[in-house]
Design a protein around this ligand. Structure first.
Ligand code: GLA
Length: 734
């Protein structure tokens, strides 16, 4: 098998390559690790990118050197630190015992490993077989402190992907305070990029924004303790002419569920530095001698064919090599969730008819959402008390779970394990479990508080309570929610000089909970949630294969949210439900079929009171379920192509193509009807141009080339929020 990493020891050149990409780095003057290239594959490298020697005023030189033509301030680097002659934002800052923060990270050696090592305590992309990837570990050393920085680069054989992370090892004699440790740095010369980010809000997640990279610093970050609705841990750097189908696109996806920061700095020479890592806001980490600190990982994807290919690379990588659950390759059940059907106002007798109706319609799982525990009739109490609310389930939860199972449905249950209400037995017994700053009243959000997951005892309590319910063996699915962000950042379990560790330790605590519970209950399907998509990141995907995309279930709003999400994450990770109209978040009335078309383009389900549907709507549900059954594998496993964005037109359109290119699902949405409509066409993508495809609804056959190049007219419609779906199948012989 071809090697993926070649090292020219004499020239000190490292070349990571597969069929699609090359990544090149070298060692420059002063043992400085320098970046050469990341992009389309090259067979070899012959030194032409040695950084030109130019005397740049006010960019100083190496200590002890009179060579004015070499400066770390201009050299493209792989990893920089504070205290060097480099005026950019540094990748790392370390406060030392004497108060200094200078480091001089010099190259000392490397190793190449087959496969990809795990990251202790952190989610990361993995390999199933060592032949899938190779890993280069380069060690940089600061002689004065004795700190080693091990930079890891993994290249996958079959994907245009490099993953990066950093481990800091304190081989010195004194403790240091890490004030910043980025997971990666990437410097570009002569690239005039635009940046695409995914800002948003609760019920309005991941709306792509594209803008020029300008001089100075731009950053995209979360300081909310989670990856957040407000700024997804992802950016793409693209050329001005890059679109969905052509041009260079570099995607950076951070496998982390806490405070993140992506900084872009365009400098005096129009060179660009990208840093990605844990946000340095309120972050410090005390590293004692012989201890190490592992950063989370960044997934870097390169596409020479625009944004669709970049996204498809992330879909493949995250869907198949970050998601670990056994449901990775299994069909996910079609659910009905009772949240928008009943909110807190339910009991066993009220739910049973919904379950019975679900069975009639072909739905596969009933999810019991918030309000089944403690004495929870509203969102002011009971978080932390994970025992059944006897008023609502007088014969116990098991009795109701049995009813659901006897109807032939699976049973799912909602938890919000990281939280505590003042009005809870847990708080009355353990007020010290609540995250709080001494002598200050903690701030509520949705009238609830955060459990201090830095404390091992708190984590044990959560695991025990959740495991007690799951151990009864009647729960097939867990929806793991988190309905507020962190505040009152302090842990009673840590000394003063470790309070800067709280944000990160909280995330490590959350991963510890997830690791223990998913390992103990491998047959349970876990779904992530945080007020919808407030913790929608690749870190969560490592534990939970699917996430509730947004609390906004309005079909029109979902077009942008799901398309935006698809830039970085696979449709198999997004759950989407048909809900009632007028929509509970927007008040909008959209057609039933449009709600179905949007939801069927992801992990499908319903979120309404099935007993209140008209008979026409019930018939539509049955049709949607039949259609979804025909294409479930296609949606979960196929290649997803964005065709038209509602952000720049009156339409949205996408299609899924199966790996063998024999099945195609197309969804086209027309936002507003017009009195004198301009005609529009939809052209498909990713089909086999030489195959013929039959429209399963009409029987009409077309060439793959026709569908991609000519496309077809979209029908003229006289109502808002219209949609069309098409299912095509390749025909062998005509
Ligand atoms: C969050 C979730 C919803 C629902 C409620 C329950 O908002 O995103 O789907 O579970 O909590 O309180």
């Amino acid at each position: 098998m071809t090697k993926l990493i070649e090292v020219d020891e004499q020239q000190q050149i490292f070349h990571l390559h597969n069929e699609q990409i090359s990544y090149l780095l070298t060692v420059e003057a002063g043992q400085t690790l320098s970046h050469l290239y990341f992009g389309k594959r090259v067979r070899g490298y012959h030194g032409q990118l040695t950084y030109p020697r130019v005397d740049r005023g006010f960019s100083g030189n190496l200590p002890g050197s009179n060579d004015r033509t070499f400066s770390k301030d201009t050299l493209p680097r792989e990893y920089s630190s504070a205290g060097e002659m480099d005026y950019h934002l540094p990748a790392t800052v370390v406060r030392q015992a004497d108060g200094a923060n200078a480091l001089n990270l010099q190259y000392v050696g490397y190793t190449v490993l087959e496969g990809k090592p795990k990251l202790a305590g952190l989610p990361a992309a993995y390999v199933e077989d060592d032949s899938e990837a190779e890993t280069l570990v380069i060690t940089l050393r600061d002689e004065v402190t004795g700190l080693d920085y091990q930079l890891s680069y993994t290249i996958y054989r079959a994907l245009p992907v490099i993953t990066r992370s950093v481990k800091v090892v304190n081989n010195g004699a004194q403790a240091v305070q890490l004030e910043k440790v980025a997971s990666m740095q990437l410097d570009f010369v002569d690239r005039d990029f635009e940046v695409i980010s995914l800002p948003g809000a609760h019920v309005n997640e991941r709306h792509p924004e594209r803008r020029p990279v300008s001089f100075g610093v731009q950053s995209f970050e979360s300081r909310r303790g989670t990856s957040s609705h407000q700024m997804s841990p992802f950016i793409a750097l693209v050329d001005k002419q890059t679109d969905e189908f052509s041009g260079d696109a570099y995607g950076f996806n951070f496998v982390y569920s806490g405070n993140h920061k992506f900084s872009l700095e365009k400098d005096q020479l129009a060179q660009l530095r990208l840093l990605v890592g844990i946000n340095d806001y309120n972050f410090t980490w005390k590293l004692e001698p012989s201890q190490s600190f592992q950063t989370p990982e960044v997934l870097m994807a390169y596409s020479d064919q625009g944004l669709n290919k970049m996204s498809q690379t992330f879909h493949q990588l995250i869907g198949k090599r970050v998601v670990r659950s056994k449901y990775r390759d299994l069909k996910r059940p079609i659910v009905v969730n009772n949240w928008e059907a009943t909110y807190f106002d339910f009991d066993e007798e009220k739910l049973k008819p919904i379950v019975a109706e679900a069975k009639q319609l072909g739905i596969e799982m009933f999810v019991l959402d918030d309000g089944w525990f403690g004495h929870r009739d509203d969102d002011y109490s009971s978080l932390g008390d994970w025992q059944v609310f006897a008023k609502k389930f007088p014969q116990g939860l098991g009795h109701f779970a049995d009813y659901v199972h006897n109807q032939g449905l699976k049973f799912g249950l909602w938890f919000e394990p990281e939280m505590i209400s003042y009005d809870s037995d847990l708080y009355r017994q353990h007020p010290e479990y609540l995250m709080q700053v001494p002598n200050r009243a903690p701030s509520p959000s949705r009238s609830q508080y955060i459990l201090d997951l830095c404390q091992a005892e708190v984590r044990d309590n959560v695991v025990e309570q959740v495991a007690t319910i799951l151990s009864q063996g009647q729960v097939d699915y867990v929806k793991w929610d988190m309905n507020r962000h962190l505040s009152d950042i302090y842990s009673l379990s840590l000394p003063a000089d470790r309070q800067g560790e709280v944000y990160h330790r909280y995330v490590l605590g959350y991963y510890d909970l997830m690791e223990r519970l998913t390992a103990k209950f491998p047959d349970v399907l876990f779904e992530g949630c945080s007020g919808g998509g407030g913790r929608f990141d690749a870190g969560v995907a490592y534990y939970m294969p699917q996430i509730w995309t947004s609390d906004n279930t309005d079909a029109l709003a979902r077009l942008t949210i799901q398309m935006g999400t698809s830039l970085a994450f696979p449709p198999s990770m997004m759950t989407a439900h048909v809900s009632a109209v007028p929509n509970h978040q927007t008040g909008r009335v959209t057609p039933f079929e449009t709600r179905g078309a949007a939801a069927m383009s992801a992990v499908f389900g319903y979120e309404l009171d099935l007993t209140k549907l008209t008979s026409a709507e019930k018939a539509a549900v049955k049709e949607q379920i039949a259609a979804y059954n025909q294409m479930r594998a296609l949606v979960l496993e196929g290649k997803f192509y964005r065709l038209k964005s509602p952000l720049d037109s009156n339409q949205a359109a996408w299609n899924f193509v199966s790996a063998d290119k024999k099945q195609v699902f197309v969804a086209v949405f027309n936002v507003l009807a017009q009195a004198q409509p301009y005609l529009t066409k939809t052209k498909l993508a990713g089909l086999d141009k030489d195959k013929c495809y039959r429209n399963l609804a009409t029987g009409q056959v077309y060439g793959g080339d026709e569908l991609m190049n000519l496309g077809f007219y979209d029908p003229v419609v006289r109502h808002d929020f219209a949609s069309q779906t098409y299912l095509f199948e390749a025909v062998t012989e005509e």
